[in-house]
Design a protein around this ligand. Structure first.
Ligand code: ADP
Ligand code: MG
Length: 270
């Protein structure tokens, strides 16, 4: 059992493109709703360098969550290539994809998605348990809880924690497996703006301290502003990107994001 586990892990290990954490080429994803087909992603090209903190911004329905799901291998692209950490996701079977996701990808959601009956600490330990990596857990969980400021809350269950604390637990859980890529879908969506900003600051610090690659989806320019680069989606297409260092004034940055996100698709394509 252990041998099988190790050898299949090795077969998905060798990254062919060590400089990119993520490469998407021509990614298209359609959904059928009855007779109607919705193109949620339309020929999306996106590369993210190792250690980069990227925000994906766009209005509701622009395809942000679908993009994260395709990157995480939770849903398959209909066309195009998704390469995470050098591994093309379409070359993996469903069980391989599950194992790959557990080991390489940390997921953070708007709704925190903690297990209500488990303490903060046990929630953080869960992905390591699922991957039979308990030996890794001992040395990793304490420093993570310290770093995220939740060590005093380790024995609390989610309902005894504030929203901000729950999201810190969820981030610790995502980081526990030492993933190459952290994907966060509207991580501040259920938080007040002050708490939301503190979660953004934390993600930025973690990205810098640990050279961690983070792709964070948001509809809020004030949240996106924390990233190094903002990629803007509209109607499933990448319509532009902004390097936040190029725009010092937050009001101007927000205005430029909104202008891109709300531009009619025809105008963007022209
Ligand atoms: P966002 O996260 O930017 O709000 P989504 O990625 O959730 O956008 O959705 C993009 C488009 O794809 C929307 O039109 C949405 O209705 C559609 N869509 C997303 N998921 C599904 C699904 N599972 N089935 C059908 N349509 C979907
Ligand atoms: Mg969404």
């Amino acid at each position: 059992m252990t041998t099988t586990h190790a050898s299949s892990a090795a077969s998905i290990a060798a990254p062919s493109q060590p400089d990119w954490a993520l490469q998407l080429t021509g990614v298209t994803k359609r959904f059928s709703q009855g007779d109607v087909s919705v193109t949620a992603l339309h020929r999306v090209d996106l590369t993210v360098a190792r250690g980069e903190f990227v925000a994906v911004m766009g209005a509701s329905g622009s395809g942000k969550s679908t993009l994260l799901h395709v990157i995480a291998g939770l849903t398959r692209a209909d066309e195009g290539q998704v390469i995470v950490d050098g591994q093309s996701l379409r070359d993996l079977s469903v069980p391989q994809l599950t194992r790959f996701r557990r080991r390489r990808i940390g997921l953070v959601f708007q709704a925190f998605n903690l297990i209500p009956s488990l303490s903060a600490e046990d929630n953080i330990r869960l992905p390591l348990l699922a991957d039979r990596r308990l030996r890794d857990a001992a040395g990793r969980i304490d420093p993570l809880m310290d770093r995220l400021g939740i060590a005093q809350r380790r024995r609390h269950k989610p309902d005894a924690l504030s929203g901000g604390e729950q999201q810190r637990v969820a981030i610790a859980r995502a980081l526990g497996t030492n993933p190459s890529l952290v994907l966060a879908d509207e991580p501040t969506g259920n938080l007040d703006s002050t708490t939301g900003q503190s979660i953004c600051r934390l993600l930025k610090e973690i990205s810098a301290e640990q050279q961690r690659t983070i792709v964070m989806v948001t509809h809020d320019p004030a949240v996106a502003a924390w990233a190094e680069r903002i990629v803007v989606l509209r109607d499933g297409r990448v319509v532009g990107q902004i390097h936040t260092a190029d725009v010092a004034d937050p009001v101007e940055l927000a205005a430029r994001c909104q202008a891109l996100a709300n531009k009619p698709a025809a105008e963007v394509r022209a």
